[in-house]
Design a protein. Structure first.
Length: 570
């Protein structure tokens, strides 16, 4: 029998193995700590680099990153007029560009042709830490630039201002500058409210109705083009509140792409001699003061009126060569008869009426406005000529608020571009007696039915108003080859709700569209008729061909000559 005996175990073998494992673990932990420390060192170094050499954040960067977006602006029904949106900005770090800079500059010029390849190459060679390539970039452009694969190009999101209606109501809205603040129009007026951190994101509703605004701009723009006018202006007011339902000035601009100072707002910033549209105001002053107590009172218009070395005459072709009563004076737009009424009214009463209507100061509205041209002296001739709109110049907005008071019962309301709370309507101030306003509604309606305003009629909407054609002021005098054509209208006149002023600066005749003369009756009265027909129902005015104001007591006063119905307006 063989017996196998195992060798004796070595006492230190297990302990040595454990020590080796511990030593290995310690070495690995040391290496991991070194790597982690190196990583942290890289992060801290990068932060230090950015803190020392990176360009500081701009006010725009801080605003778009830390502050809520600028509040939106809407029309009275909530339709967007100005919105804050997310936009893309393309930038580059020239000192981090990899590859051929000349080739990159060429590709950038092809994709972003705002600058030349040479200019892009100069930016890339500058060695600066940051430069903008394109602000407000479209997503398609961002994708194309990203496809270049250049790691030095950076894409940033930022807030931008968008005017979704483009040029529509541009003079009312205005625009914002590079710092995000309003610099024109209601953007400037509302800047504090739109930028208020406690109210950021809250939309502000204007008094405008986008649908009516579009119709007014379209019709005025078409007329301006067809008649080759230098400019145009239009405004629609709520006669009970003074709210501006539409306001347009042409030429306009695109607030999405401001290329310089915007053109003047002709409604608030330009003053004009508005011609015969002043005649109803003079007649209203005479009625209100008791200077005229009977509509049958007649004034001599048989021959021109001599005042010193000046002679007042009626427009050629429109003379009546007879004595005219009050309705006839306005229907036939007689300068002679109106001047005689003003002469009897006198300087003090005429000035008082004009001052009541605000013709001696800037119009009351949120936007910047022009001061009227008020006569330096009020001699007899000045009193006579201002009665038919010569020798005094006001803005179309002045005329709009005045006509609103003529028809609404005699209350003057300041115009406003802010939506009025129906529960808190403005009070306004009385400038005419209610009975004077009632009489003026009849007279203005007769002008459209029987006189120079016939082309301004919109069937069923009961339009009333007065045309005005005045020679354009030029070089301290008048340019007889140009005129300012205006139609001041109100509808529906049996229950007045809206006043509309339409004006064309220096229109020309165009027989191809049936415009044979450059007077307001031919040029702008049809514009008002078309706008009322397009927007009346939108504004809640129900057309009714069987409804009208009662002017029967005045009809017998109108002389119907053998050719009265065939006579062309103005």
């Amino acid at each position: 029998m063989i017996v196998v005996v195992a060798p004796p175990a070595r006492k230190g073998r297990t302990g040595d193995a454990r020590q080796a494992l511990v030593a290995t673990a310690q070495i690995r932990l040391m290496i991991l700590s070194i790597l982690f420390g190196f990583g942290m060192l890289l992060v801290v170094g990068k932060l230090a680099f950015l803190a020392i050499w990176a360009e500081p954040a701009t006010a725009r960067d801080i605003a778009t990153t830390l502050v809520p977006p600028r509040g939106d602006i809407t029309d009275r029904r909530g339709a967007p007029l100005a919105r804050s949106i997310d936009a893309w900005t393309i930038a580059i770090h020239p000192n981090q560009v990899i590859g051929d800079k000349a080739e990159l500059a060429k590709k950038l010029a092809e994709l972003i042709p705002d600058q030349s390849a040479e200019r892009y190459y100069a930016i890339l060679k500058s060695g600066s830490g940051f430069a903008f390539l394109k602000r407000n970039a479209m997503p398609e452009l961002v994708s194309q630039v990203n496809a270049l694969g250049q790691p030095a190009i950076e894409f940033q999101r930022e807030n931008d201002r968008l005017y979704p209606q483009s040029t529509l109501a541009a003079h009312v809205l205005g625009y914002i500058d590079s710092t995000g603040h309003g610099r024109y129009g209601m953007e400037q007026v509302l800047d504090g409210q739109l930028m208020d951190p406690n109210r950021r994101g809250e939309p502000v509703a204007l008094s405008l109705d986008l649908r009516v605004q579009a119709a007014l701009e379209n019709e005025l723009g078409t007329a301006m083009t067809q008649l080759q006018a230098r400019g145009a202006a239009g405004v629609i007011l709520d006669v009970q509140t003074g709210e501006v339902i539409a306001m347009t000035s042409l030429p306009s601009f695109n607030p999405n792409a401001i290329g310089g100072p915007p053109p003047r707002n002709n409604v608030t910033q330009s003053v004009y001699e508005l011609g015969s549209t002043f005649k109803p105001i003079a007649v209203a002053a005479a009625i209100d003061t008791g200077t005229i107590t009977s509509m049958s009172r007649r004034f001599d218009a048989t021959v021109p009126l001599q005042v010193g070395r000046f002679k007042i005459h009626d427009d050629p072709g429109d003379e009546q060569f007879r004595w005219l009563n009050i309705p006839e004076t306005l229907i036939y737009s007689s300068n002679i008869a109106t001047a005689r009424i003003a002469d009897e009214l006198g300087a003090e009463k005429m000035q008082e009426m004009f001052r009541r209507l605000g013709f001696d100061k800037k119009p009351e509205i949120e936007l910047g406005a022009a001061r009227p041209l008020w006569p330096a002296s009020w001699g007899r001739l000045t009193v006579m000529t201002t009665a038919y709109g010569h020798g005094i110049a006001v803005t179309p907005l002045h005329l709009a608020t005045a006509y609103a008071a003529l028809v609404n019962g005699g209350i003057l309301h300041a115009a406003t571009l802010r939506k009025v709370d129906p529960a808190h309507p403005p009070e306004g101030r009385r400038v005419l007696k209610p009975e004077t306003s009632a009489r003026m509604r009849q007279l203005l309606r007769l002008i459209v039915l029987k006189g120079t305003g016939r082309k301004g009629e919109a069937i069923g909407y009961r339009v009333a108003g007065k045309t005005g054609t005045a020679e354009a002021a030029a070089g301290g005098g008048y340019d007889k080859s140009r005129n300012v054509s205006t139609f001041a209208a109100a509808f529906p006149i049996d229950a007045p709700r809206y006043v509309m002023i339409a004006m064309l600066d220096s229109p020309k005749s165009n027989p191809s569209i049936g415009v044979y003369r450059t007077t307001a009756a031919w040029t702008v009265a049809p514009v008002v008729a078309r706008v009322v027909s397009r927007t009346g129902s939108l504004l809640g005015v129900v057309p009714d061909a069987n409804r009208d104001i009662d002017e029967r007591e005045l009809l017998p006063l109108i002389w119907a000559g053998p050719d009265a119905d065939k006579k062309d307006p103005e």
